[in-house]
Design a protein around this ligand. Structure first.
Ligand SMILES: Nc1ncnc2c1ncn2[C@@H]1O[C@H](COP(=O)(O)OP(=O)(O)O)[C@@H](O)[C@H]1O
Ligand SMILES: C[C@@](O)(CCOP(=O)(O)O)CC(=O)O
Ligand SMILES: [Mg+2]
Length: 446
């Protein structure tokens, strides 16, 4: 082995799922409980060494972004004084708000970016990079692909933030490689009473910072699901002292969901901002709506964990879906296309529909009735297609953040799996899943 080989950092890929919020979006931002589950649609981030170890390269073809920086041009010295570190192990600490001085110091590196979406992504990348990596981290090539629709309410921002946080936490030496395979149980459950944070919680915390870069005031539910996977009941703690409450729902009931994308673009930041305005304009009205959503999430949770979940529970869950949608409409976050989906599913009597995620376009979910025939569902999907809507087939409750290390991939396929060019050129969702996934069994999960 030559000296150069020894110094060459290893290639790896990280991946995190999107999510579907079943009850409680928007209210989650204000500390009300919400229920969400991981999707099988995921974001993938390939990280490979650059030929020039001084260059940091980003290729995010899903949004048409190619960007690079010389690592020596980042203002490491000026930023150093603003980064807070743990006194015990010197790991960087998340702060309740983004540090404006750091954002300001990064503005030179972002100067030449005039596309808003590119700017937000690059700011998020650099903000996490200067905290989690260092001047000495060799320049890598970060290439991202997602099988999730972007800006459609399925948490693409959070799964991207989780991939960025996980890759940098690993590069920066803050977390070890995961060791748990796809079908294995976590070998050494983290002791909650132990002072040291688990790798998954470290990634969760830093991806929350990434979500803040994407949309200002996130609740944390999306990045929690993208990190930990499965299905959760989540409640943000509005005081900064207590941690958020995240209850895993291991026995998530076998509910059948139809996930339909209106394909109307919208921005979570704007929709969350709109609800914030309503809260200031009509505080009592707004509070009553948010409280009502919190109550219905609690009711739904009790039903979902009831042993012997059956028809009776499903019917009540459907009623709660309808109430939840009505409350979201009253908050001004629906869209005529989402109402069209609701009219079609109600007319066809296939189930109860609500918007999911931030709304304003994006996706709706339909909780399908137990007696609805497959023919009826297919006829409804055809009707959606006429309106230009797209229906996704996806399963709920999958794995959270994972890592595929080059040493886990055979020598014959390694060059292909870790080639940025090949990764960027992949066409279909299946191609992305298969190449980045190789054999799914090889991935390890934190
Ligand atoms: N694959 C991706 N490549 C680059 N940026 C992405 C990707 N996925 C998500 N993003 C970022 O997330 C933003 C969308 O987030 P958001 O408005 O919260 O919608 P959602 O999270 O529902 O998809 C995009 O504008 C982009 O900045
Ligand atoms: C509206 C909200 O509840 C969910 C936003 O989800 P998405 O970005 O639309 O996938 C905001 C949040 O909880 O951070
Ligand atoms: Mg988002």
């Amino acid at each position: 082995m030559t000296k150069l080989d020894e110094e060459r950092p290893a290639s790896f890929c990280v991946s995190a799922p999107g999510k579907v919020i079943i009850y409680g979006e928007h209210a989650a931002v204000f500390g009300k409980p919400a229920i969400a589950a991981a999707l099988s649609l995921r974001a993938y981030l390939q990280v490979t060494p650059n030929d020039d170890p001084n260059t940091i390269t980003l290729d995010f073809p899903d949004i048409g972004l190619s960007q690079s920086w010389n690592r020596h041009d980042l203002p490491w010295e000026d930023i150093k004084g603003y980064i807070q570190r743990s006194s015990s192990d010197l790991k960087p600490l998340v702060t309740p708000e983004l540090i404006p001085e750091i954002t300001d110091l990064l503005s030179d590196a972002l100067d030449d970016i005039d596309n808003r979406m590119h700017y937000v992504l690059c700011h998020c990348f650099l903000y996490l990079y200067v905290h989690l990596c260092s001047h000495d981290t060799l320049g890598m090539h970060f290439t991202a692909r997602s099988t999730l629709p972007i800006g459609a309410g399925l948490g693409s921002s959070a799964s991207t933030a989780v991939c960025l946080a996980a890759s940098m936490a690993y590069l920066g030496g803050h977390v070890e490689r995961p060791v748990t395979g796809l079908n294995e149980r976590v070998r050494s459950p983290h002791n909650k009473h132990h002072a040291i944070i688990s790798p998954a919680d470290f990634i969760d915390e830093w991806s929350f910072v990434g979500e803040k870069c994407f949309h200002g005031n996130p609740s944390g539910i999306d990045n929690a699901v993208a990190t930990h996977g499965g299905a959760v009941m989540f409640q943000r703690t509005v005081s900064s002292i207590n941690p958020n409450v995240r209850t895993n729902m291991r026995n998530f009931p076998p509910i059948k969901l139809l996930l339909t994308n209106t394909k109307v673009p919208r921005s979570t930041a704007e929709l969350v901002g709109g609800v914030g305005k309503m809260n200031i304009e009509f505080p009592q009205v707004s509070q009553a709506i948010l409280d009502a959503i919190g109550h219905l999430s609690n009711e739904a949770y009790q039903l979902m964990i009831r042993p012997g979940f059956a028809e009776e529970e499903l019917l009540i869950l459907q009623k709660l879906v309808n109430i939840n949608h009505g409350l979201l409409v009253s908050m001004g976050v629906s869209h005529p296309t989402l109402e069209q989906i609701k009219v079609i599913t109600d007319t066809n009597k296939i189930g109860a529909t609500k918007l999911t995620g931030a709304g304003g376009g994006g996706c709706a979910i339909t909780l399908i009735g137990s007696d609805v025939s497959e023919e009826k569902i297919q006829a409804t999907i055809k009707q959606f297609e006429v309106h230009g809507f797209e229906t996704f087939e996806t399963s709920l409750g999958g794995k959270g953040v994972g890592l595929l290390h080059e040493s886990d991939v055979s020598l014959e396929t390694r060059d292909r799996v870790f080639s940025p060019e090949v990764f960027q050129s992949l066409g279909s969702r299946k191609e992305i899943e298969n190449l980045a996934g190789v054999d799914q069994q090889v991935w390890k999960f934190w």
